[in-house]
Design a protein around this ligand. Structure first.
Ligand code: UD1
Ligand code: CA
Length: 450
């Protein structure tokens, strides 16, 4: 059966009290709407249609590739929002999946069950429901004495008896397409002056059509975002979901509640995450690493058997057996070879450190290449910026940079060369020699390795 999905995202989201459209608020670092778009795409195998308001340039921009767009000029309710899709979608499919845009944790599997249930329903509608004491303002599913669904009542219009109903309308539906497009224009105006999509249920029942229900068991899935409090609840639920799956895959966490792993992160088994560790973006971490506590790793690649303690790692690559921290900052383009050690207050940017380089204390290395086994003394700085341009520093393998050396780039310190404590090096130091002073001068040659 052919199916198309429509996501309703044109609401104003006033309860968020925000300048930002509700569906662009982030969950797990990704806009709410992106979660729903991905779930619909996965459930139907097709690019969904998203109904947006006329001022939703940011939403169109955020999803330009993943979705088609339909505009709802006046916000006259969920039924009116879906009606805007009628011209484009009539005759395009046999089934129409409709999902509210503020249900980011709904799993594609739950949408698949909903679709399958409608495929075997002789009537025109299947809706997704869940049974919970926590209603978060959801509409209630009404059934008659025999358990047959007869309608959905919105919280705002419910009697105390109806409010006590625990079966909630989640906000995802699958319709027979012809029936939907015929009946949508006939929705009555609600007492609130809106056209409620939920009123289709009563219309179907009145005609004798069967409304079927597919239910969601995992209540985390139905956390709908109307307020920032709901958003925070969803973050907790998402974290629980992601962390559980990594623990099942062999990752240890001392305190899962304070361990923040983004949805695109990959982690190797036997890695241990300590409290308050944030791993974001498309970060990859190998096996048997220990990260944290109080660590941020963003858009980085970390090899196997690495240790990162109380540090920030962004856009960096670490080969195996690298040790970082505490209090280190690895920035964009930092590449640390096997066995590198960065101690406290080390900062590295756009630089390649060869295997076994040691940089124990208080250093800044930018736009540099450092050869295997070099030792970077405490307080070493690459003076890489002259106020207008960045310049490169090269340090040869086995070099020993004395404490507090200033390397005024562009400059090269040769293989096995040494600099004295406090040297200001503004001219190249040849292989195997020693340079001291301000500005540094070569005082003697030391042993040549080759
Ligand atoms: C809606 C349902 C309610 C259900 C709940 C759960 C209706 C009338 N009520 O209530 O039964 O329990 O969702 O998710 O449908 N939107 C538009 N255009 C509009 C109005 C809304 O596109 O004119 C979009 C919103 O962006 C949102 C979705 O429709 O993504 C639902 O709207 P919202 O105002 O959040 O409805 P609820 O009050 O949560
Ligand atoms: Ca809602």
């Amino acid at each position: 059966m052919k199916i198309e999905a429509v996501i309703l995202a044109a609401g104003l989201g006033t309860r968020m009290e925000s300048e930002l459209p509700k569906v662009l608020h982030l969950l797990g670092g990704r806009p709410l709407i992106a979660w729903t778009v991905a779930a619909c795409q996965e459930a139907t195998g097709r690019k969904p249609y998203v109904v947006v308001g006329p001022d939703a340039e940011e939403i169109r921009h955020a999803l330009s590739v993943e979705a088609h767009f339909i505009e709802q000029v006046e916000r006259l309710g969920t039924g009116h929002a879906l009606l805007q899709a009628a011209d484009q979608l009539r005759d395009k499919s046999n089934l129409v999946l409709v999902v509210n845009a503020d249900l980011p944790l709904l799993r594609p599997e739950s949408l698949r069950c909903l679709i399958e249930q409608q495929e075997s329903n002789p009537g025109p509608i299947t809706l997704l429901s869940a049974t919970s004491d926590q209603s978060r303002g959801f509409g209630r599913v009404e059934r008659d004495r025999n358990g047959v669904v007869v309608g959905i009542v919105e919280q705002a219009h419910a009697t105390p008896e109806q409010l006590a109903l625990r079966e909630l309308n989640v906000g995802a539906y699958c319709y027979q397409a012809d029936w939907l497009w015929d009946h949508l224009p006939k929705l009555p105006l609600s007492p609130k002056g809106e056209y409620y999509l939920t009123d289709l249920v009563e219309m179907a029942v009145t005609e004798g059509g069967q409304v079927s229900v597919s239910s969601v068991e995992d209540l985390d899935e139905i956390i709908g975002i109307n307020t920032r409090e709901h958003l925070a609840e969803a973050e907790v639920a998402l974290r629980r979901r992601i962390n559980r799956s990594w623990m099942l895959a062999g990752v240890s966490m001392l305190d899962p509640e304070s361990t923040y792993i983004g949805p695109e992160v990959q982690l190797g088994p036997d890695t241990i995450l300590l409290p308050n560790t944030h791993i974001e973006g498309r970060t990859i971490v190998g096996v048997d690493c220990r990260l944290g506590p109080n660590t941020i790793v963003r858009e980085s690649t970390i090899g196997n058997h690495c240790l990162v303690e109380v540090s920030v790692v962004e856009g960096a690559t670490l080969e195996d057996e690298v040790k970082v921290g505490p209090f280190a900052h690895l920035r964009q383009g930092a590449y640390l070879g096997r066995g590198v050690h960065i101690g406290n207050f080390g900062e590295v940017k756009d630089s390649k450190l060869g295997p076994g380089v040691k940089m124990g204390h208080f250093s800044y290395i930018g736009d540099a290449t450092i050869g295997e086994g070099a030792n970077i003394g405490a307080g070493t700085i690459t003076c890489n910026f002259d106020g207008e341009r960045k310049h490169k520093t090269e340090i040869g393998p086995g070099a020993f940079i004395g404490s507090d050396t200033m390397l005024v780039a562009p400059v090269r310190v040769g293989r096995d060369a040494r600099t004295g404590a406090g040297a200001v090096v503004n001219r190249d130091v040849p292989d195997g020699s020693v340079a001291v002073g301000v500005p540094a001068r070569v005082i003697r040659k030391v042993k040549q390795n080759d």
